[in-house]
Design a protein around this ligand. Structure first.
Ligand code: FCB
Length: 429
């Protein structure tokens, strides 16, 4: 292990999502899903981290780790609890939270949609029905008109491919559908929602003379798909097809406005350049076999608690590829690992940031890194059992305890480097 430095302007912090931390909201599609008994450990997002009431404490946790940036989500079902009825108190709450972040010198990146829908929207067909484009636009308008003087950076949609595939193809997330036809409708509508929101946010912020450069993008979930057997041409082909179907076609459709099959055809909202940064959520690699189109984990590789392969080089490969495709600043909008015992998180952080430092040296403009995640939180169907946090959370008492890896990360946020002393202190057994 070698010491390394990140560029002086590099910004580090962490990422969370509203439903995973706030607690207390029964009006969203995930609460319903929990109630139906779909969560592995029977926990519910109603509890989560009680962040809605404890946000001041949690911002202090970020401050302690020297965060310069923080990616946070808004809960649509709180802001628009019934169709067309907006809750000014909910948005005032978010204003308070964001104001405090700014006071602490932490720049917010706000996610408008992160996997959950208000129940009224879900009942009307959610992202499957094309009316969602109109509803989403109205919601985004309400939000940006009220937060736009504080927030200049937005993610329209988090991981549209994960949302759509798990909810409409595998049926393990709400609404529990298994249909390719319906999945493709969701892909298309999400692309149209993004493009519409992109244009709207720029318009609102341009029309009003707000401070800060407006930056809008998508948090793309990007995986590495490698052939299970790199000498087998059929496995190679299968890996390419998977890559295109799961991420390539959708990412390009959203970025350019030109819908690629199977997402769609033509440019219903006009062609353009609908991103100001390349948002990448990176976690792992899949190894693809042509036989049965199965994805497996490469044998003999290191894994996290959820059996996801730990493959830091993948981050390097993805950034190179996406920079070649889109040529824009890269923000790693999520990267982290599930490690309940905190055995390998420090090494994970080191290895991934090391890859980023190499990219920076090569002139690829990776500018930010948002670690997933600040504290253990409600991890969708894994519930409270999967622990990704820099802070350990005791859900019964809501006590947050800094992990050793969290301390390591906090030092990196402050110093923008890993020194030999830090390697001795955090990375040697
Ligand atoms: C990503 C999600 C995020 C979290 C991490 C572990 O796919 O965007 O909410 O669940 O995985």
């Amino acid at each position: 292990m070698k010491a390394f430095k990140l560029p002086d302007h590099f910004l580090l912090g962490s990422a969370t999502a509203a439903t995973q931390i706030e607690g207390g909201d029964k009006n969203n599609s995930w609460y319903n899903w929990c109630e139906k008994g779909h969560i592995k450990d029977r926990s519910t997002c109603l509890r989560a981290n009680d962040h809605w009431n404890r946000y001041k404490e949690d911002i202090a946790l970020m401050e302690k780790l020297n965060h310069k940036v923080y990616r946070m989500g808004l809960e649509w079902s709180r802001i628009e609890p019934q169709e067309g009825r907006f809750d000014d108190e909910a948005i005032a709450h978010y204003r308070d939270e964001i104001t405090l972040l700014l006071e602490k010198g932490i720049k917010p990146l706000v996610t408008l949609h992160h996997f959950t829908n208000p129940l009224w929207l879900e009942r009307m067909g959610g992202f499957e029905d094309k009316s969602v484009v109109w509803y989403f636009e109205r919601y985004v308008k309400y939000v940006v008109e009220r937060l736009g003087d504080l927030v200049s950076e937005y993610i329209t949609i988090n991981e549209p491919n994960v949302y759509a595939t798990l909810g409409y193809y595998f049926g393990v997330w709400p609404p529990g559908v298994k249909s390719i036809k319906r999945l493709l409708k969701v892909y298309r509508n999400m692309a149209l929602c993004h493009i519409t929101a992109y244009k709207l946010i720029h318009k609102i912020r341009k029309d009003n003379d707000f401070p800060g450069k407006t930056m809008v993008g998508v948090a793309n979930h990007v995986r590495i798909f490698d052939p299970y057997n790199k000498y087998n041409p059929l496995d190679i082909l299968a890996a390419k097809i998977m890559d295109y179907l799961f991420q390539g076609s959708l990412t390009k459709s959203m970025a350019t406005g030109f819908l690629r099959p199977p997402v769609g055809l033509g440019a219903p909202k006009g062609g353009g350049r609908y991103f100001d940064f390349i948002g990448i959520n990176y976690y792992t690699r899949d190894s693809i076999r042509f036989k049965g189109f199965r994805n497996e984990v490469m044998p003999g590789t290191p894994r996290n608690d959820l059996n996801w392969e730990i493959y830091p080089r993948g981050l390097y490969r993805i950034c190179k590829k996406y920079y070649r495709l889109f040529t824009a600043p890269i923000w790693i909008t999520e990267n982290g690992t599930c490690d309940g015992e905190d055995r390998f998180r420090s090494r994970f952080i080191y290895d991934h940031l090391y890859e980023i430092s190499k990219l920076c040296k090569e002139g690829i403009p990776v500018e930010r890194y948002y670690h997933w995640t600040l504290m253990d939180n409600f991890e969708w169907v894994e519930g409270e059992s999967a622990r990704f946090g820099l802070y350990h959370v005791d859900y019964d008492t809501q006590v947050r305890t800094l992990r050793k890896s969290g301390r390591f990360y906090g030092e990196i946020c402050k110093r923008l480097e890993v020194t030999d002393d830090m390697i001795d202190m955090y990375l040697k057994d």
